[in-house]
Design a protein around this ligand. Structure first.
Ligand code: ZN
Length: 92
């Protein structure tokens, strides 16, 4: 433990992580950083859906084509198309 390292701004107990040269990394201790990283990872995993286009290969091809012509990533195109579809549904 380094006696000169400041206390973690997350838990206020443990010393912060330090770089090799003794500079503070991000003001958090090892345990808090690990906890925050795990929470972030599970939030990302919980917001993801895996879609299989096995039964709808034409749909995937259409989305790919649209994405290319609109300069969007495939993911952005799928989100855009979904949102547009939902908005059209709600105005019918
Ligand atoms: Zn901490």
């Amino acid at each position: 433990m380094n006696p000169t390292s400041p206390v973690c701004r997350e838990c206020g107990k443990e010393p912060t992580m330090l770089r090799g040269d003794g500079r503070v990394v991000n003001g958090r201790c090892n345990a808090c950083m690990g906890r925050l990283l795990r929470a972030g990872k599970s939030r990302i995993l919980n917001s993801a859906v895996r879609i299989r286009f096995l039964e709808e290969p034409d749909l995937l091809e259409q989305l790919r084509h649209l994405a290319r012509s609109e300069y969007r990533t495939l993911e952005a195109q799928i989100l855009y198309t979904l949102r547009k579809g939902l908005e059209e549904d709600s105005t019918e």
